[in-house]
Design a protein around this ligand. Structure first.
Ligand code: IYR
Length: 222
């Protein structure tokens, strides 16, 4: 069945001058986003988390399949299990699984296998990609561009979290299949990204990294 088409309405069109101003200030705003590893345990309400997830879920997706599930976890017992399992994998990664070059690249960031933020942050969001779907007759249906779609949704989630003054970290313990087991997810779902979310700790620090300048990022073809 085809969709009916409705008129596209966008709330504003900026003057050229304001377009320049707004695009610059949006860049400045996003440029303040940082991956934060030190969280306050100050609670964040469930409705806030739901709004942030629904903002993420507005991302475009292949054939509009929206191939994602966001698990929102505040249960301390589950967070504890996730931390223990993640640290077990990370310990192995930092002590033999990652290459020398990888460890050298990470050294300036000061990361290690310990992940206390998985318990401190009031919420963990585990994003699952849905490789395929089952209909009510248990027939399998494919999804499209699943990694791209879920990656975009995660990008939306990160910008939404930043916009409301909360912080997060794109944490990817590897391998991540322990999340499927702990959260009891169905076999058509695969863990994609683990995000602690909350307020930054009062004494939170971030590494003093630099972003590439425009000349290194943009290739113009005018
Ligand atoms: N997943 C590990 C290691 C790690 C890997 C990369 I690439 C990073 O940019 C940061 C960390 C961890 O979370 O510590």
């Amino acid at each position: 069945m085809n969709y009916s088409h409705v008129t596209y309405t966008h709330s504003y069109q900026l003057s050229e001058e304001n377009l320049l101003k707004e695009s610059y200030s949006y860049y400045q705003k996003l440029n303040h986003r940082r991956s934060v590893r030190f969280f306050s345990d100050k609670p964040v309400s469930e409705l806030v988390i739901q709004n942030l997830i629904m903002a993420a879920s507005t991302a475009p997706s292949g054939a509009n399949k929206q191939p994602w599930t966001f698990c929102a976890i505040s249960n301390p017992e589950i967070k504890k299990q996730i931390r223990a399992a993640a640290e077990e994998e990370e310990f192995k990664s930092y002590n033999g699984r990652m290459s020398e070059e990888w460890l050298r690249d990470l050294a300036p960031l000061g990361t290690d296998w310990k992940k206390p933020f998985l318990e401190t942050a009031p919420w963990l969001i585990v994003v699952f990609k849905r490789a395929y779907e089952y209909d009510t007759a248990n027939k399998k249906h494919q999804n499209y561009y699943v990694n791209e779609s879920v990656g975009l949704a995660c990008g939306f989630l990160l910008t939404a979290i930043h916009e409301v003054g909360l912080v997060t970290l794109t944490h990817t313990p590897s391998p991540m299949d322990f999340l499927t087991k702990i959260l009891n997810r169905p076999e058509n779902e695969r863990p994609f990204l683990l995000l602690p979310i909350g307020y930054p700790a009062d004494d939170a620090t971030v590494p003093d990294i630099q972003r590439k300048p425009a000349e290194e990022v943009v290739a113009w073809y005018k």
